[in-house]
Design a protein around this ligand. Sequence first.
Ligand SMILES: *[C@@H]1O[C@H](CO)[C@@H](O)[C@H](O)[C@H]1NC(C)=O
Ligand SMILES: *[C@@H]1O[C@H](CO)[C@@H](O)[C@H](O)[C@H]1NC(C)=O
Ligand SMILES: *[C@@H]1O[C@H](CO)[C@@H](O)[C@H](O)[C@H]1NC(C)=O
Ligand SMILES: *[C@@H]1O[C@H](CO)[C@@H](O)[C@H](O)[C@H]1NC(C)=O
Length: 494
Amino acid sequence: MRSQRFSILVWTIAFDVTLGFQTCRPAPIIDLGYARYQGFTNTTTDVSSFLGIRYADPPTGVFRWQAPMSPSKVTGVQQAIDPPPQCYQGAIGISPTNPPHDPGSLVRREVSPTTSEDCLFLNVYFPGSVVPRKPLPVVVYIHGGGYVGNSASRQNGEDLLRLSRNSVVAVLIQYRLGLFGFLAGSKVKQGGVLNAGLLDQDFALRWVQQHIRKFGGDPSKVTVWGTSAGAGSVLQHVVARDGRTTPPLFHSVITSSTYLPSQYAFNDSIPELLYSKAVNQTNCATSTDTLTCLRAADVDVLEAANVQINSDGFFGTFVTVPVVDGEFITQRVTAALKQGKVNGKALLAVTNTHEGNLFVDENTTTTVAQYATELFPGLGENDGLTAAQAYASVGTPLDQIQAIMGEALIICPTYFLLDAFSARAFKVRGCRESLLELHRPCTLRAYLRFHPEIMAKTSAIISLRTSQYSAFEYTNLASATLGEACPPSITANL
Ligand SMILES: *[C@@H]1O[C@H](CO)[C@@H](O)[C@H](O)[C@H]1NC(C)=O
Ligand SMILES: *[C@@H]1O[C@H](CO)[C@@H](O)[C@H](O)[C@H]1NC(C)=O
Ligand SMILES: *[C@@H]1O[C@H](CO)[C@@H](O)[C@H](O)[C@H]1NC(C)=O
Ligand SMILES: *[C@@H]1O[C@H](CO)[C@@H](O)[C@H](O)[C@H]1NC(C)=O
């Protein structure tokens, strides 16, 4: 009691300095059993934030490429007022060929001081200064960044509350990225876990089921939403465990620009190649147990390999991505969707125009057919020519290449997802007037029309048939200029 009062006093003084006494005050203390956290209420917005709540123990040392584990007990009240450290960040591919065989040029590496391998934290936001008495629907947001970058705190959870008119509790989660989260290969399967980053997300969703009531959230009304690789992650959770996750971890899903790169079997030649590169670049090649050696590697050395291996990837792609692991993800996502094996009861899918443009080298001199076979090394020369033919009517060769990138990795996976949810699916096509805007302006707008309560009403009023791929077309959004056909020659090989 004494110490708690003391900590509040210290905290208030700290607040005075760091946040401004006028706009913030201490939020209630939430007891999670293993730890107690005190966030802050922004008195301007009347939103309470809890930043940097630990949901798993540090996945470091021998726990690298192991499943996340429940946090150890901490006594005393922890102040949840600072953004947590971000996970180690990788890079986007810049190689003109795929798979890359030559070591690329050395990439400059910048590690922010707030980066840590101990990064399994989440941020929680609820409306008001006290825990909502009537449980609210919950939105869990998974950030994008190609499975190699970004963090929970680069999005402001307060935006979600504002857009829902303060009718949801928001949870923004972090997960292991790059080599740390997605190193694959048969050695990892034998001695650890594959798709560690996805297992982190799954663990965070379980944390929500267990704890969100304490923040005023209703665990039976969880919507999981992601952007880009975050939406790709949502897709993985939709098909996880053959679509039979019990008890369910979410009710509805929202995907904004679903990023679905080629998802190889964990022991395919490409993941095995990436594993060998990681071993080589961490001086583990002569070790008799390479995985143990990787676990003992200095984090800076591992991070250097993470950046190098990812930047060696084909231009505009990310290489440390989910694989078919045989347990959590039992088959290719596209195959699972075709069989309708999905977790979740309803879907809102958002795509933008020009999804692929950011990920194509604007100065490329490759032919369209070559591009298709570089993007998908599994395609034969004839498949490349068929793809080129299918896109021949779409503008310049660069337009065609951008359309292939956007449709194959983002637009078509979205349609497969819509098909899998059939009558319970809704689609929004947003705008991307400026490439710099990326995904966000449109998808936030879309969110206005969607959280579980609104969705229930919407579905009653508008019976959209996804077989026709009708879209909500908001009057203030520009319409797409490129076609959205999915040539079977491309999609069959994803
Ligand atoms: C509180 O909200 C206002 C309005 O959005 C914002 O300007 C201010 O920075 C917030 N304060 C904190 C400490 O987040
Ligand atoms: C990959 O692993 C699966 C299942 O463990 C096995 O059946 C298959 O033969 C392996 N493929 C290769 C190329 O080793
Ligand atoms: C690893 O290093 C060895 C020796 O330098 C080299 O022969 C091999 O090709 C490298 N493998 C990879 C995947 O980089
Ligand atoms: C394409 O060329 C322009 C002009 O030389 C250059 O500014 C730009 O950075 C190049 N783009 C890429 C992706 O290399």
